[in-house]
Every structure is written in structure tokens, then in C-alpha cells.
Design a protein around this ligand. Structure first.
Ligand SMILES: Cc1cc2nc3c(=O)[nH]c(=O)nc-3n(C[C@H](O)[C@H](O)[C@H](O)COP(=O)(O)OP(=O)(O)OC[C@H]3O[C@@H](n4cnc5c(N)ncnc54)[C@H](O)[C@@H]3O)c2cc1C
Length: 330
């Protein structure tokens, strides 16, 4: 029987381990933290599920939806921006709120979805001879400047794009990659409707899905951060921070790409893989969950809404190199 060591018990590692086990492999799953789930963990606070990481499922998340259904869990629909989302002008102090978009921003959003500079036009141009290279050479920042998105919605848009692309500045993001990503969601208009409108979430929490997957496996070995992977034609030996060594035929590394940079490989991974790993970063965002009395929320200048997790692109900023999101009065 083939023995596979899976490193990382986030959703990816858990899914890989379950599929390998179902295919008849012996599986050993190692996790650095003292709990499973990775960036899809939940906490129950006073009967309310608080998501610590991944939460929203958009339409193209078909495999996630299937996983949720197979686990006997439930999806519910919510709005990412419920109530009157208010954007604060960058660096604004209490009380001075920008309306949700100036006229020039709304005009830019129309250009985003219609006409020669729309994302659909970018995708169409990429299909022409040498077109893909040309669109790849353009950055999302150039494109946003080109469509004239330079009003109050620009900081929010930049922050959202950074969220999607691992904390990157729009100037670093390929327009082609962006257009393809949005294209996968339908088109620009549907993306805006979906992204800012309705979205689904797992009622029992993303952590419940992870727990369900783990139930189908031998016990996950937690507190077992992998520090070294030795590999040759005969198999692999994986060493943890506690100096335990696990041997197997194959290893699946289901850790975030930047982490691969701190794991020692013997022999080393090919240089191109190392280069990719060091170029990829984690996104810069802080998720804030706050329970606020509804009347208080209505009076507050920061946000209004029904759910506890809220976005304020306009009021976020860089503190100590990290993007933070402020809620309520500064
Ligand atoms: C705040 C936030 C909000 C998000 N919102 C959404 C959302 O709304 N919708 C959406 O689709 N996605 C969202 N995401 C992204 C989503 O959560 C992730 O894409 C997904 O959880 C990644 O799963 P993964 O298994 O690939 O990685 P991870 O969940 O990061 O799992 C990797 C696991 O490997 C472990 N590990 C790391 N190093 C080692 C080591 N050396 N040895 C052993 N184990 C190790 C980690 O502890 C972790 O458990 C969000 C993420 C965050 C952080």
C-alpha cells in the first residue's frame, strides 16, 4: 500500500488526504498548529459562528458547494455589504463621510463593464495574435487610471485587488490575470453584483467542514510543523520541529506557498519553484469581528449593517506594514 504524508491540515491538505485515503493509500497528515483548518477555522462565540478566515462562496465555488452538501452542512445567503455601506475618505476624521462613490467613480465602473476598455474587451484582445502578452504587460493600476477610477472608491478597489492577489499593489498585478479571474466569475457586471451583493456562507462554519473531512481520516498529528523533507527515488522522509521523522512513498505539501521557502528540502527544489515561492506573499488584511448594538451602529460614523464583519476600504490604511481596517469612531 502506498504511504503518503500530507503536510498541512487546511482545507487543501484535508481534501487531498481524504481523496488519497479513498483511493486506498495509507495517509499521515501533519499539522503545525494545535488544531486543523488553517485559514478556514471558525469559533463559536455566544452561539454565533465567527469565521477566522475563509467564509464567502461565490458562484464558481462549485467544488466547495459539493463538499458542503456531501458533509451534510448547509449554505445560507447573505450580503457582503448589508445596510448602508459607507466609505470614509482616506485619512478623514470623524464625521466626514464620502458618499458611496462620486459620479466619476460610477462612470469608471460603467467603463469597467462596457466599451473598449472593459474587462471583456481586455479578454477579447488577449485572444488576438500577441494579445495575451500585451495585456499581461499592462498592470491593473494602469487600467484603473485609464478608466478614470480616481475618486473615493479607488482606495477600496486597490485594497480589494490586493486582497485577491496576495497583498499585491495593483501596479504589480497583470491586467490579463485580473481580467481572466473576473471572467471566471461571469463578467465584470456579475462580479460586482456578486462580490458586493449576494454571497453564500456555511451556516455551521468553515471549521465544521474541516472537522467533517478530518473525521474521515486517521487522527491528524497536530503540533507537528514540518521543517525538512528528504526525498529520493525510494521515497520521502519528513522531519518535524520536534525531530520526529515520518517515512513514506510520497509527500503532498499543502502549506501556503510562502511557507515552502522556510522548509528545508534535500535535495533542494528546482530554482524556478523556489523563485515562485519567494515571490508569493500572504495578503495584508486584518479581519475584525465585532458585536455592536444595532442602535449604536446606526449612530456610529464607521459603518452600518447587520452582520458582524464589515469592509471599509476607505478607512483602511497601512500600519506597521500591515493593512488594517478600522471600525466605528476613530
Ligand atoms: C481573513 C481571510 C478571509 C478569507 N476569506 C475568504 C472568502 O471569503 N472566500 C474564500 O474563498 N476564501 C477566503 N479566504 C481564503 C481561504 O481561507 C484560503 O484560500 C483557504 O483556507 C486556504 O486553504 P489551504 O488548505 O490551501 O491553506 P491553509 O488553510 O493555510 O492551510 C495550510 C495549513 O498548513 C499548516 N502549516 C503551515 N506550515 C506548516 C508546516 N511547516 N508543517 C505542517 N503544517 C504547516 C498551517 O498551519 C495550515 O493549517 C480567506 C482567507 C483569510 C485569511
Amino acid at each position: 500500500m502506498t504511504k503518503v504524508i500530507v503536510v498541512g491540515a487546511g482545507l487543501a491538505g484535508l481534501c487531498a488526504a481524504v481523496r488519497l485515503a479513498d483511493a486506498g493509500c495509507e495517509v499521515e497528515l501533519l499539522e503545525a498548529r494545535d488544531e486543523i483548518g488553517g485559514r478556514s477555522r471558525s469559533r463559536l462565540v455566544d452561539g454565533t459562528v465567527i469565521e477566522l478566515g475563509g467564509q464567502f462562496l461565490s458562484r464558481p465555488h462549485r467544488r466547495m458547494r459539493k463538499l458542503v452538501a456531501n458533509a451534510g452542512l448547509h449554505l445560507a445567503r447573505t450580503r457582503l455589504w448589508s445596510g448602508t455601506a459607507r466609505l470614509r475618505r482616506e485619512n478623514a476624521v470623524d464625521g466626514r463621510l464620502a458618499s458611496v462613490g462620486a459620479f466619476r467613480d460610477l462612470r469608471a465602473f460603467v467603463r469597467m463593464t462596457l466599451g473598449s476598455n472593459s474587462l471583456a474587451a481586455v479578454r477579447a484582445a488577449a485572444g488576438e495574435d500577441h494579445g495575451a502578452g500585451d495585456q499581461d504587460a499592462r498592470s491593473v493600476r494602469e487600467w484603473l487610471d485609464g478608466i478614470g477610477l480616481n475618486g473615493p472608491l479607488r482606495p477600496t478597489t486597490d485594497t480589494l485587488i490586493g486582497e485577491i492577489f496576495g497583498g499585491a499593489d495593483p501596479g504589480e498585478v497583470s491586467l490579463l490575470a485580473f481580467a481572466e479571474l473576473i471572467g471566471g466569475e461571469g463578467n465584470g457586471f456579475l462580479f460586482l453584483l456578486d462580490g458586493f451583493g449576494l454571497t453564500d456562507f456555511i451556516v455551521e462554519g468553515a471549521g465544521a467542514l474541516c472537522a467533517h473531512l478530518a473525521d474521515r481520516l486517521p487522527p491528524v498529528l497536530v503540533d507537528s510543523a514540518v521543517v525538512c523533507v528528504e526525498h529520493d527515488a525510494d521515497g520521502v522522509a519528513v522531519r518535524t520541529v520536534r525531530n520526529e521523522v515520518f517515512e513514506g512513498d510520497q509527500v503532498v505539501l499543502a502549506v501556503p506557498a510562502p511557507i515552502l521557502d522556510v522548509i528545508e528540502f534535500a535535495p533542494q527544489l528546482p530554482a524556478w519553484i523556489g523563485n515562485v515561492n519567494s515571490a508569493l506573499r500572504f495578503g495584508q488584511a486584518t479581519k475584525v469581528a465585532a458585536v455592536v448594538h444595532r442602535r449604536g451602529m446606526l449612530r456610529s460614523t464607521g459603518f452600518v449593517g447587520g452582520s458582524v464583519v464589515r469592509w471599509f476600504g476607505g478607512s483602511s490604511g497601512l500600519v506597521g506594514g500591515k493593512r488594517v481596517v478600522r471600525i466605528g469612531r476613530p
